[in-house]
Ligand binder design. Sequence first.
Ligand code: DC
Length: 227
Amino acid sequence: MTTYNIAIDGPAGAGKSTIARRVAKELGFIYVDTGAMYRAMALYFLREGISRDNEKAIEAACSRIDISIRYHQGAQQVLLNGEDVSGLIRTEEVSRMTSAVSVYAPVRQKLLELQRQLARTENVIMDGRDIGTCVLPRAQTKIYLTAGSHVRALRRFKELEEKGQMCNLEEIEHDIIERDYRDMHRDIAPLKRAEDAVLIDSSNMTIDQVVDAIMETARTQGLKDDR
Ligand code: DC
C-alpha cells in the first residue's frame, strides 16, 4: 500500500500539534509528534547531567538511548529506554535543552530512521521542523504553519495560566524568539519552508479554520476520503 503523508513544519507555538492531532482524527491518520522524540532525548541528557555544549558526551550518550513510540487511546506516548516520559517533557527547561541539543548530527540521526519507518507503514500526519525538507521530502502534502511571535507567546501564556502555572509573557516571547533563531540557523536540517509547502499563517485564524485549510489542501493534492 502507498501511504499518504502530511508534513507540518513551523516554529514553536504555531499550533502544529493541536492542529495535527485534529486533522489526524478527522482523516483516521496516525499523528506523529517528532518534537516529543527530541524532547525525550533532551530529558535523558538533563537527567545524566550532560551539558548542552558537551558534544562528545552527547554523542556517546546517544548509543545508550532507545526512543520508541506507542499509541494509547489514540494518543502518542514516547518511551525513553522503555519508560513512558510523555508527562515529563513539556517543561520550559526541557524545551530549551531540546532546541540546544537538536543541532547535533548523532541526535538527529537517531530519530530520522524511526520517523521515516513510521511514514512508510502508516498514513501519517507528522509535525516538526524538518519534516517536509528532510524527513519526508516526498510527502504528498506539506504545510508550513506559522504565526507572529507575540501571538504564539500569548497562546503559550494562556495555556500555562490555565494550568495554574506562574509565568511571564515577555520571558515566554524571549524564549520563543531564541528557540526559533536556533532552530532556523543550525547547520543540519534547519527549520525552513520547503519550496513545495503551503504557507499558513494562523495569527488571525481559529483552529477550525486551520484544520479546514489543511484538509482542503490535502484533498486538492489527491487525498481521497475513502483511505
Ligand atoms: O515541536 P516542539 O516544540 O516539541 O520541538 C522541540 C524542539 O525540538 C524544537 O525547538 C527543535 C527540535 N525539533 C527538531 O529539531 N526537529 C523536529 N523535527 C522536531 C523538533
